[in-house]
Ligand binder design. Structure first.
Ligand code: NAD
Length: 356
């Protein structure tokens, strides 16, 4: 199957969703309908430049709103769904899990029901080509010790309310495939970074605090290990999986860039020293260790060899060059993040560090 022509993207005003929408419109030439509730994490400025482009439409809507979803499916008549809408921040899920159940579990099920009704009404040929692609996280697999990697067959063992809600949504998607025959695909990815990431997540938080000369809060001793993928590499992987992935399969996506949190922060500090030197001292002098997150998973690492073998995908951006590009983007786009930092001061600048 080739790339679907009409793609309904949920969560397209978010960090990864906006990268996906830019990729689909600019590189793939698809018709895209973005559905996004515009929560604190959604930002229309992230879709800047697409307004008025043929093939791009945006609708503000909640995926939990079943009648609205049914109407939008009928009106847009998609060939595929890429589902990225979610509550996505682990720390917020610890403070308030219910919003995660509402959007990630109830919302996903609501969207699945709308997609199923739409798919059942399609003519045979279009129904065979239809795809529901669910974008998920490697956090559903739990935590690793010093060794090993998550594969697509690693048993689920989510540890945070966020990852538990994503695990539930993965199971629902898979169940709609098995039970009703809906042509579903799931991808599970490691931590993303890059332009347009909300300033509560580790990398943008450190950049913004570093630029302000504020302390850089690192959980515990910063020893937790994550794998990092540049968001545009993820967008490319998702488009490829949608176009050529096998129905009913799961694909892991990773960056081949395992780093301890403290090393991520040190790399950022070195880039900041180059691109935006402090009047006195080095950015690394700002590092401050803070009390660890409850239940902080030690290590995630992901084996993405299936995606590489079957679809020929590999990350193109190295961690070091991706970080340099990201810092440069935040330097060049203060107008994107300064209003967010002001509006969400309390939450975004509470000193939380360490995503996923
Ligand atoms: P994000 O928080 O930046 O964006 C989420 C988007 O979903 C926002 O635009 C928000 O407004 C929208 N949204 C939230 N609730 C909604 C609802 N009820 N109805 C409609 N829209 C709603 O998240 P992200 O980092 O871009 O992540 C996107 C997806 O990728 C998520 O499903 C996440 O679990 C997954 N993922 C993220 C990462 C990562 O490192 N960021 C890694 C792997 C997987």
């Amino acid at each position: 199957m080739g790339t679907p022509r009409r793609i309904l993207v949920t969560g397209g005003a978010g960090f990864i969703g906006s990268a996906v929408v830019h990729h689909l419109v600019d590189e793939v030439g698809a018709d895209v309908l973005v559905i996004d509730k515009l929560t604190y994490a959604g930002n229309l400025a992230s879709l800047g430049g697409l307004d008025g482009r043929p093939g791009y439409r945006f609708v503000q809507a909640d995926i939990c709103d079943a009648p609205r979803m049914a109407t939008l499916f009928t009106a847009f008549d998609p060939d595929a769904v890429m589902h990225l809408a979610a509550e996505s921040h682990v720390d917020r899920s610890i403070d308030g899990p219910m919003a995660f159940i509402e959007t990630n579990v109830v919302g996903t099920c609501t969207l699945l029901q709308a997609a199923l009704a739409h798919w059942r009404a399609l003519p045979t040929e279009r129904a065979a080509a239809f795809r529901f692609h669910h974008v998920s996280t490697d956090e559903v697999y739990g935590a690793l010790g010093e060794d090993g990697q998550f594969t697509e067959t690693t048993p689920y063992d989510p540890r945070s309310p966020y990852s538990a809600s994503k695990a539930a949504s993965d199971h629902l998607v898979s169940a709609f495939g098995h039970t009703y025959g809906l042509p579903v695909i799931i991808s599970n990815c490691s931590n993303n970074y890059g332009p347009r990431q909300f300033p509560e997540k580790l990398i943008p938080l450190m950049i913004i605090k570093g630029l302000a000369g504020e302390p850089l809060p690192v959980y515990g001793e910063g020893r937790n290990v994550r794998d990092w993928l540049y968001v545009e590499d993820h967008a490319r992987a998702l488009a490829l999986i949608l176009a050529r992935g096998r129905v009913g399969e799961t694909y892991n996506v990773g960056g081949a860039a395992e780093r301890r949190n403290i090393d991520v922060v040190r790399t950022l500090c070195a880039v900041l020293d180059d691109l935006a030197p402090r009047p006195s001292g080095r950015h690394a002098d700002l590092i401050a260790f803070v009390r660890d997150r409850p239940g902080h998973d030690y290590r995630y690492a992901i084996d993405f060899s299936k995606l590489e073998r079957e679809l020929g995908w590999r990350p193109q951006e190295s961690f070091e060059s991706g970080i340099a590009r990201t810092v440069q983007w935040y330097l060049d786009n203060r107008a994107w993040w300064e209003p967010l930092v002001r509006t969400h001061d309390a939450a975004a600048r509470r000193g939380l560090a360490g995503v996923g």
